[in-house]
Design a protein around this ligand. Structure first.
Ligand SMILES: Cc1cc2nc3c(=O)[nH]c(=O)nc-3n(C[C@H](O)[C@H](O)[C@H](O)COP(=O)(O)OP(=O)(O)OC[C@H]3O[C@@H](n4cnc5c(N)ncnc54)[C@H](O)[C@@H]3O)c2cc1C
Ligand SMILES: NC(=O)c1ccc[n+]([C@@H]2O[C@H](COP(=O)([O-])OP(=O)(O)OC[C@H]3O[C@@H](n4cnc5c(N)ncnc54)[C@H](OP(=O)(O)O)[C@@H]3O)[C@@H](O)[C@H]2O)c1
Length: 386
């Protein structure tokens, strides 16, 4: 860091106000996705991270949604609202910074129901009384949708705020090495966008970073989250295998920058996948350059929608199963980052299959090797999945 560390360290309860200095698309025109690269300037924070850490970000609601909600309920945006810590803050700022508007909870639905005339109240109470029906009802809706569908509920500013969930910070795997960028943390963010109830909507934090957060202003509250197990091997001679489809590529850009800066000689093998090579090959030029220079020993890609049948990273793992097993036998570390719900489970299963086949093990022995030896005893299999 170029400036002295502060006396009180920054953390989740005392976030550093950072500046976004770059917000550029990684997806190319024609992509179904909007994945972006952000540069967050940490100068003066004293914050030190290792490859594998995540950055926590406190988002804000879109100003348009806040103004629509204020107008919808006829509230005074400038009226001061008492905060639990004794301070007061104008309602507009509370609605921007402190509560969740794009996702609604049961408490809010009940609060709306209680304020409706009898017939409509019962309609909404029936929905909120059944967990599965409530989940289905809430999934595509934000708080404005509920108020529009059930008009007539009136709230004071304090009642409204009390019925909404607090904003939680979002984590993003850091995509840079501090050895290369002493004052910066880079992020790779898939922006969530969808259209429901006749309005364009977006993920709270990914949408804020993409559309509403100002550039070059020290206003973004951030903090670091270490990841004890998801880190490069101590020895620079050790080989690493990295599986990172989609935004899962982020920490591996950090790993490679770090290894390049350190002059590490261990072999590096990356598996990357996304929808189409032409539009979704994130950081293509950087990773291809690393391959040409030899930092990346192997780069295997799986573009799922470039052909009639899906091809995923685990298909590439399987194709190179014999080689992968040899790397593991030579002491390689195995890392997985990205989607937890499907990808990480399927990759885990594929790793088990490879160990069973090429290590000539029973299912039980392969399980023991992967889940106990690699993961727990030797800590050579680590995941950063979400
Ligand atoms: C350790 C860790 C590391 C992470 N690293 C990264 C990373 O490097 N890059 C990255 O992009 N993310 C990463 N994430 C995920 C990230 O933290 C956020 O969860 C993600 O950006 C979404 O947050 P959001 O605030 O934009 O969306 P939210 O506002 O939290 O959620 C959007 C909500 O919109 C709703 N929704 C989505 N699609 C639709 C639809 N079609 N119709 C109706 N409703 C819909 C869903 O209910 C969804 O929950 C990471 C998470 C963790 C825990
Ligand atoms: N709603 C939105 O607007 C939106 C936008 C971006 C991301 N997201 C969500 O954010 C998360 C991260 O998204 P991301 O852009 O990083 O990438 P992602 O959605 O995880 O996709 C990356 C690649 O992984 C493939 N994939 C799908 N299922 C897989 C599986 N079981 N095993 C291996 N690969 C699989 C995808 O293929 P296919 O897609 O062809 O199946 C794609 O080629 C995901 O949970 C995603 O749903 C939502």
């Amino acid at each position: 860091m170029s400036e002295a560390a502060p006396v009180v360290p920054y953390n989740k309860n005392n976030p550093f106000l950072a500046a976004i200095t770059e917000n550029r698309p990684l997806s190319k025109p024609g992509s179904a996705k909007d994945t972006r690269h952000f540069v967050i300037n940490l100068a003066g924070s004293g914050l030190r991270y290792q490859p594998g850490y995540s950055l926590g970000v406190f988002p804000q609601n879109p100003p348009v949604l806040v103004e629509q909600l204020i107008a919808r309920l006829g509230l005074d945006a400038d009226a001061g609202l008492a905060l639990p810590d004794g301070r007061t803050k104008p309602l507009r700022r509370v609605l921007r910074e402190d509560v969740t508007l794009n996702r609604v909870n049961k408490k809010f639905v009940r609060a709306v129901a209680e304020r409706l005339p009898a017939g409509r109240r019962d309609e909404l109470l029936i929905v909120s009384g059944n967990e599965a029906a409530l989940d289905d009802y809430l999934y595509p809706r934000d708080c404005l949708d509920v108020l529009d569908e059930f008009p007539g509920a009136s709230f004071t500013a304090a009642e409204l705020v009390a019925s909404l969930s607090r904003v939680n910070p979002r984590l993003y795997s850091i995509a840079s090495s501090q050895a290369k960028h002493p004052d910066e943390a880079h992020l790779t963010v898939a922006v969530i966008r969808y259209h429901t109830g006749g309005r364009d909507k977006k993920g709270l934090c990914s949408g804020f970073l993409a559309d509403d957060a100002p550039l070059n202003a020290r206003t973004l509250p951030v903090f670091l989250t270490p990841n004890k197990h998801f880190k490069l091997p101590d020895a620079d001679t050790t080989s690493v295998i990295m599986v990172g489809p989609g935004t899962g590529i982020a920490p591996f850009r950090a790993f490679l920058e770090e290894r390049e800066t350190r002059g590490a000689t261990g072999r590096n093998w990356l598996f990357f996948g996304d929808q189409h090579r032409a539009t979704d090959f994130l950081y293509e030029e950087e990773f291809e350059a690393w391959r040409r220079r030899g930092l990346l020993t192997r780069l295997d890609t799986a573009f799922s929608r470039d052909q009639a049948h899906k091809i995923y990273v685990q298909d590439r793992l399987r194709e190179h199963g014999a080689e992968l097993w040899r790397w593991l036998q030579d002491g390689a570390y195995f890392y997985v980052c990205g989607d937890a719900k499907r990808m990480a489970k399927d990759v885990h299963q594929t790793l088990l299959d490879i160990v069973q086949q090429h290590g000539e093990m029973s299912l039980a022995a392969a399980n023991e090797y992967v889940s106990q030896t690699l993961m727990k005893d030797e800590r050579r299999y680590a995941r950063d999945v979400y």
